[in-house]
Design a binder for this molecule. Structure first.
Ligand code: TYD
Ligand code: MG
Length: 454
């Protein structure tokens, strides 16, 4: 028997190479080529990813029908928020997250609610109908019109779907789905990409909204090719700390709404419950002010959020002192420490610095700069920032405090939660937005440090 022809496929971009190499020749990712069996090109010419393009030829943009998108509410407010208002017909959503974080629980709950108003189909390749039934019972769902399909073959799945015409379809999970067009194992790069492409085409053709569940690898990337993220309309990620009962869903990409939107849930013994006032849960509620803890006002997506930043500074016994961050970017911390050294004369090169954002939230915005530096200095000096103080602001390399977007929103959130003082960039403060709080506008880092510890 002839030896099967092999080929190396990049697990990051799906590119192929005839020989193994340490770096993918297409996307330059390291160590991403895996051996797989070379397959005959798919029979269908359009089998590659065609997206929503279709085959219409040239059209005038002015002639395109522009009805406003009908967004169907899922009945779960926090999920609607990350979706940008609700489910859009014909859209494809990718929901990623670690195993056991609650993807199947959330989608079972959602379909339980949605199936009362529209036709839904839950396609499961991972769990048996019995397991799903037990979960639905535990969640106390009304299962009367909950349609379930245990299936992993995408062609059969779509054949059944074209008959029952569901408005919403959940595929749990895309890694278990395979197509007859390819011979490789389910979960392989080619299978995931091709099956997803077929599902995307079905969604665009039929107008069904499809939610794909995707697994996350040890490194934190979605298993299978990154190309999945390009094919779908919306990418949602479950985040959360190990051991914490709070679960966050973040929008990574959304063709129908804002990105970085954050939905907050709590896992209970009856499934996921929405947390409608998340600011309250992320503050650890110290009775008195403690050194190394600063409350910041971040704005994740369209709502402001109060978060606690904690820092610990300790004398280092290492030649190369440690800088460790949880929930923040480490390079940013190194940069901020350098700014503090140069512009405020605070020496840190013989100190280990650890920074943590409480509650497992990841902050990507620069408004965290000033709170981080205040927390670090507070720990170093062993002096607390006075109780009832909230902080936000970007720190520039020249030691200036720069304004951040949506200042008034942040001030209102701080006032709502009873904060008495806000230290913020001068340009962000306007009198009329916040009554009853003392506003301290700062322009330079040393000025901010003086006000905080003055
Ligand atoms: P699951 O939703 O199956 O996670 P995923 O599909 O993302 O892998 O599991 C969620 C976890 O939550 C599981 O460890 C059990 C737990 N859980 C609850 O605490 N309460 C509940 O009501 C349910 C259904 C699950
Ligand atoms: Mg699951």
């Amino acid at each position: 028997m002839a030896k099967a022809k092999t080929l190396y496929v990049c697990s990051a971009c799906g590119g192929t190479s005839p020989k193994w190499a340490g770096q993918c020749p297409d996307c330059k990712a390291w160590n991403s080529l895996v051996e797989s069996i070379a397959e005959a090109p798919p029979v269908n010419r359009f089998s590659g990813y065609a997206g929503a393009a279709g085959e219409q030829g040239i059209i005038e943009l002015a002639s395109v029908q522009l009805e406003p998108e009908q967004k169907a509410s899922t009945g779960i407010g926090e999920l609607d928020r990350v979706l940008g208002g609700g489910l859009v017909p014909g859209s494809v959503i990718l929901l990623g997250g670690d195993p056991g974080i609650g993807k199947s629980t959330l989608l079972t709950q959602t379909l339980g609610l949605l199936s009362q108003q529209m036709s839904c189909l839950y396609v499961s390749g991972e769990e048996s109908p019995r397991q799903i039934g037990l979960r639905a019972q535990r969640l106390e769902l009304n299962c009367d019109r909950f349609h379930l399909l245990p299936e992993t073959n995408v062609e059969r799945m779509l054949a059944i779907a074209s008959h029952s015409n569901p408005d919403v379809m959940v595929i749990d999970s895309i890694q278990t789905v395979y197509t007859d067009l390819l011979q490789s194992a389910p979960g392989s790069v080619a299978q995931v990409r091709e099956s997803a492409a077929q599902l995307v085409r079905y969604a665009k053709r039929s107008g069904a909204a499809i939610v794909l569940v995707g697994h996350v690898t040890k490194e934190g990337a979605l298993a299978g090719p990154r190309v999945l993220e390009h094919m779908v309309d919306t990418v949602l990620y479950f985040e959360g700390e190990q051991g914490s009962r709070f679960r966050l869903i973040r929008t990574i990409k959304n063709r129908y709404g804002a990105v970085n939107e954050l939905g907050v849930f709590a896992m209970t013994d009856r499934g996921l419950r929405e947390v409608s006032n998340p600011s309250a849960i992320f503050l650890s509620g110290h009775k008195t002010a403690v050194p190394g803890s600063v409350v910041m006002v971040t704005r994740e997506g369209s709502r402001p959020l109060l978060l606690e930043v904690q820092a610990l500074v300790d004398e280092s016994r290492l030649g190369n002192p440690r800088r460790l961050c949880v929930g923040l970017e480490q390079n940013r911390l190194s940069m901020l420490l350098a700014v503090m050294h140069r512009h405020a004369g605070v020496v840190m090169y013989d100190q280990d610095v650890f920074v943590n954002v409480v509650g497992g939230v990841r902050i990507s915005e620069t408004a965290a700069d000033l709170p981080v530096l205040l927390a670090v200095l507070s720990s170093l000096k062993d002096r607390p920032v006075p109780q009832g103080t909230a902080v936000f602001g970007e720190v520039g390399l020249a030691g200036e405090i720069r304004p951040v977007p949506n200042g008034p929103d942040r001030l209102r959130e701080a006032a709502k939660h009873g904060f008495k003082r806000v230290i913020a960039p001068k340009q962000n403060l306007s009198r009329k937005d916040a009554e009853g709080i003392e506003l301290i506008g700062v322009e330079r880092l040393d000025e901010a440090l003086e006000h905080a510890f003055g």
